[in-house]
Design a protein around this ligand. Sequence first.
Ligand SMILES: NC(=O)C1=CN([C@@H]2O[C@H](COP(=O)(O)OP(=O)(O)OC[C@H]3O[C@@H](n4cnc5c(N)ncnc54)[C@H](O)[C@@H]3O)[C@@H](O)[C@H]2O)C=CC1
Ligand code: BAL
Length: 506
Amino acid sequence: MPTLYTDIEIPQLKISLKQPLGLFINNEFCPSSDGKTIETVNPATGEPITSFQAANEKDVDKAVKAARAAFDNVWSKTSSEQRGIYLSNLLKLIEEEQDTLAALETLDAGKPYHSNAKGDLAQILQLTRYFAGSADKFDKGATIPLTFNKFAYTLKVPFGVVAQIVPWNYPLAMACWKLQGALAAGNTVIIKPAENTSLSLLYFATLIKKAGFPPGVVNIVPGYGSLVGQALASHMDIDKISFTGSTKVGGFVLEASGQSNLKDVTLECGGKSPALVFEDADLDKAIDWIAAGIFYNSGQNCTANSRVYVQSSIYDKFVEKFKETAKKEWDVAGKFDPFDEKCIVGPVISSTQYDRIKSYIERGKKEEKLDMFQTSEFPIGGAKGYFIPPTIFTDVPQTSKLLQDEIFGPVVVVSKFTNYDDALKLANDTCYGLASAVFTKDVKKAHMFARDIKAGTVWINSSNDEDVTVPFGGFKMSGIGRELGQSGVDTYLQTKAVHINLSLDN
Ligand SMILES: NC(=O)C1=CN([C@@H]2O[C@H](COP(=O)(O)OP(=O)(O)OC[C@H]3O[C@@H](n4cnc5c(N)ncnc54)[C@H](O)[C@@H]3O)[C@@H](O)[C@H]2O)C=CC1
Ligand code: BAL
């Protein structure tokens, strides 16, 4: 029998935990049908943590059957109030176990414990509270009077069995954005964590069970995307799929839906979000927001403001101060323990991502010959894990690959603009449309930008301070659909129209 649990010690926090390692189906941890496993690595050290069971197509089938039976026999007959009660139970358990869950994010994803992982848990608590309260509120239809002898009404009904695929940059938070919304709406779920950050969600499964959710309502199938993710996307008995990750894989998911049963698809994909700084902006505040908007979570944010455009009259001053702030507040050198309060910028997730980001930095330096500033030498001396110093490229032409591609690391490009029209044109010149930020004291200009930019989120005089009560999602190749806020439940409901004929004659 394969090992389905292991003991994990986190001496820095004096935390010991029993880590589940199996697939989670029907409220039980179980081995994969072929016994294959995946090793997970601590990105701060490059050393293995443990190995967990890796699902395959057969396991996906088993999870879908469990989710279908739970939906048909139990969950579709459970009242929305009761669903809210289960989510409230879960909220209490997350509150009790938040330090352990945050510690797992630090260990497995390299997130600085104090400044990042605890923040993720704070968001998870807020959204669980929100979705617990929304279970019995957002599923209401409408009555539609038509003629003297006819009216119609609508019912908001869950899809049924929902699949969810989540990435590694916010492993548990992204899972909870999707999971709690789908459960509040009354669906059963099969969720796949990213292969390099599965531990926190597997531990979270123990809370799902303790919260009282019936067997089969939540099922977790850790495994490789090309196998498990594809099996979910092309499964004939899954009614909806929600995916967060790269635009390329988002396309695969959409295609697999089209080639199978046309399951409903929500996609949260890549971004290359612009931040505009006008000459009338509060420069120090703009710089603080922009630095956080690119260097927080080591730049591994789909909404990171990775393209900065600054009005030419203040450009030099901005660049000088931006570098100073990056060096003073966001440097990495010598701070390689993400459990230590001093560590603000953690490692990137994997050697693959490290190499990918490094190749962009080298391209910028050598091929494109751009001006570059880094807060410390790179590669960083003394670092065992995948640490990359905050990197600022300046005077970057619009055609640069560094300006057009999502780099997903602590790397930012800065360029100039002359006036509003110029700034808007540059900002909209991208295949993405996830987020944007504008810094100005001119209310009119700020709202013109909010009107004109093609992006799902606009921050005025801030950046990346998303809120779980506000809808989130992308224009263009950044995605399809919205999550969070009321949309976070709506996206898991479909509308049924009922026509009523009152006529006595026909
Ligand atoms: N929008 C976002 O929040 C994210 C964007 N990305 C972007 O993607 C780039 C590459 O990162 P990756 O880890 O390779 O992203 P990815 O898109 O491959 O991974 C995200 C999730 O999709 C799954 N997946 C992979 N291939 C799949 C397939 N064929 N069918 C279904 N699911 C599949 C993965 O197992 C993971 O759970 C990053 O550099 C970044 O630009 C990555 C993660 C999150
Ligand atoms: N800030 C959470 C969404 C994302 O960056 O993937």
